[in-house]
Design a protein around this ligand. Structure first.
Ligand code: CTP
Length: 399
């Protein structure tokens, strides 16, 4: 797609370099239109190198191609990131004293702006009135986030992260087949405390569940990701304005969160690896060798969360479970999966073979998908994101 990225004069311009990279890597043709002020933060050669297109700020360059209107006319999306308070005021007033101004006036494409300024400037009534006017005109906003600002202050005004702006841009370009669908995905692995420093856990990294959440959000769904002990770098990769993250620790925490979140969802995906058992007693103090002898940890069974959710689901709600198996062969894998699907009463079951070297902690996965009644609903392999896409395709076929 043909995208114009307008850059105005704020320190967050350095993050826009990464945004342009994400867009070009995503196969888009990007023309960067900085303002003169923006070039004080990031220079012209950087924009040209990263976008692989000539860059100018002026309406007087390339006049034969009527560049001041041609860019806006050809654009399928215009992004302004960062959009300073001053540039927001100019866009609202329709000023066209540079190439970005003319491009914005000449375009009929959707416009997405990512504000970036100090919290006081963001809260100022003039800025808020401008934002309200822009929204009314159909301009899309991403951010600003609440966080650390230049100069050590903090508050609302921090530009949305490049991945978030990219996701918002993708959503505008291709609205997706899950628009309006509310999804709850659990991911990661629970930890059952033994004492203040130890737990019973498992090797689930949360990558497959996180990929399911990211894919659903990219396709337009409103997503709640219930994250059981997922590493920060895995979560950072799925940052998206439509994904809300709820962090949990143990199976009991996960059960509480799922029972709270699931009733409002159209689709519930239990990708988390839940401990089947927990220690009967949790010691308040660390178990030490001085306590004497080898400790025996007595276990008690945890509730089967997905079975409980399936038992009370409302009509039309879809429940999807996962199963990780270590079978002798494919026939045993599918037979075990079908029994599990029946036992848990879920609509779909995604099963993968795991082992010491397979399935866990890796970027790749290979799964079989069982549809209602245990019917074969396809197989998928490759990156966890590609597997996520195949799972959502299967969900869409039965929805
Ligand atoms: N699950 C759950 N609550 C539990 C255990 C598992 O909701 N207490 C969910 C998982 O999130 C997953 C599915 O059930 O979606 C499969 O879990 P698995 O551990 O394979 O199933 P079990 O019933 O424990 O069967 P197994 O005897 O193979 O361990």
């Amino acid at each position: 797609m043909n995208i114009v990225v307008g850059v105005t004069g704020g320190i967050a311009a350095y993050k826009t370099v990464h945004l342009v990279r994400l867009l070009t890597k995503g196969g888009h043709d990007v023309t960067v239109v900085p303002t003169e002020d923006a070039l004080r933060f990031v220079g012209l050669p950087t924009w040209e190198a990263i976008s692989r297109h000539p860059v100018t700020t002026s309406v007087h360059d390339d006049v034969a191609k009527v560049r001041h209107v041609a860019l806006g006319q050809a654009a399928e999306l215009v992004i302004v990131a960062p959009a300073t308070a001053n540039s927001i005021a100019k866009i609202t007033a329709g000023l066209a004293d540079d190439l970005l101004g003319t491009t914005l006036l000449a375009t009929e494409a959707p416009v997405l702006i990512a504000p970036a300024m100090h919290a006081e400037m963001w809260r100022n009534r003039a800025t808020q009135a401008n934002i309200a006017t822009l929204r009314e005109r159909g301009v899309h906003l991403v951010g600003p986030a609440d966080g650390e600002l230049a100069g050590g202050d903090s508050g609302p005004g921090r530009m949305a992260e490049p991945e978030e702006i990219f996701a918002a841009a993708q959503a505008l370009l291709a609205p997706g087949d899950l628009v309006g669908v509310r999804v709850v995905v659990s991911a990661g692995g629970t930890r059952e405390p033994i004492d203040p420093v130890r737990f019973l856990g498992n090797r689930s990294s949360g990558r497959q569940g996180a990929a399911l959440a990211a894919e659903a959000a990219a396709r337009g769904a409103e997503v709640t990701l219930v994250a059981a002990n997922i590493a920060g770098d895995v979560l950072a990769e799925v940052r998206h304005p439509a994904i809300r993250i709820v962090s949990v620790g143990s199976a009991a925490d996960l059960a509480d969160a799922m029972k709270r979140e699931a009733p409002g969802a159209d689709v519930v995906v239990m990708a988390a690896a839940v401990a089947d058992y927990r220690p009967v007693a949790v010691s308040d103090r660390k178990l030490t060798k001085e306590s004497g002898g080898v400790p025996a940890i007595e276990l008690v069974e945890n509730e089967d969360i997905v079975a409980a959710l399936a038992a009370v689901r409302r009509p039309g709600q879809l429940i999807i479970a996962f199963a990780a198996e270590t079978p002798e062969d494919e026939a045993e894998l599918l037979a075990r999966a079908r029994r599990k699907q029946l036992r848990k009463g879920v609509d779909l079951l995604v099963v993968n073979e795991v082992g010491w070297e397979r399935g866990f902690e890796s970027a790749e996965n290979a799964v079989h998908i069982l549809g209602p009644g245990g019917a074969d609903a396809g197989a998928a392999s490759g990156s966890k994101r590609a597997v996520a896409a195949a799972i959502w395709d299967a969900v869409q076929r039965v929805r």
